[in-house]
Design a protein around this ligand. Structure first.
Ligand code: GDP
Ligand code: MG
Length: 172
């Protein structure tokens, strides 16, 4: 089976669930406590992606960046070489949806061919949801990205969002 390795960045505001989505996807675990990421953590997961020419073994190198620091030289170097990104927002905080456009702009200014998917996270917090799916859909459409309503807590749609990005990375 042909094998590929691609760098993927997790991007989004503080506490939207970037680290939790990686943890769910890679280890199938969830932690309610907030574990602040220091610097950058790289996790790896290999998935088999179907493709027209047959299945491809894709290793996703998942770069989880700390916090929501301003776009600076250090972050630029983390973004460099990324083939794709998961843009993460929090359905209980509307401002985190607006931020996605900035993160996408930061990334595409470095690599305009980067593949993007949107994870609108914390969909399990049904009594605190403050963003309608339509609003996420509009932002995602403006970025040319598919979107999923995810929950790192329950695992809902987590596999789906990473695998969709995987399919885009194998095609590109
Ligand atoms: P990051 O700063 O974007 O990496 O965010 P974290 O992954 O550290 O998550 C921030 C907080 O939100 C933590 O307390 C997590 O337990 C919580 N959290 C993350 N994802 C979810 C989710 O899907 N549902 C709920 N209810 N809480 C979540
Ligand atoms: Mg984190």
């Amino acid at each position: 089976m042909p094998a590929l390795s691609k760098k993927v960045c997790l991007l989004g505001d503080f506490a939207v669930g970037k680290t939790s989505l990686v943890r769910r996807f890679v280890y199938n675990l969830f932690e309610d406590r907030y574990i602040s990421t220091i610097g950058v953590k790289v996790s790896r997961k290999t998935v088999t992606i179907p493709d027209a020419a047959g299945p491809v073994e894709l290793t996703m190198m998942l770069w989880d960046l700390a916090g929501s620091e301003e776009f600076n030289q250090i972050q630029a170097s983390y973004l460099r070489g990324a083939a794709g990104a998961i843009l993460v927002c929090d359905l209980t905080r509307p401002e985190t949806v607006t931020s996605l456009t900035t993160y996408a702009g930061n990334l595409t200014s470095i690599n305009e061919n980067v593949s993007l998917v949107v994870a609108a996270n914390k969909n399990d917090l049904v009594n605190q949801l403050r963003v309608a799916p339509d609003e996420v859909a509009a932002v995602a459409a403006s970025l040319g990205a598919p979107f999923y309503l995810t929950s790192a807590k329950t695992g809902d749609e987590v596999e789906a969002v990473f695998r969709h990005l995987g399919r885009l990375l194998v095609k590109s």
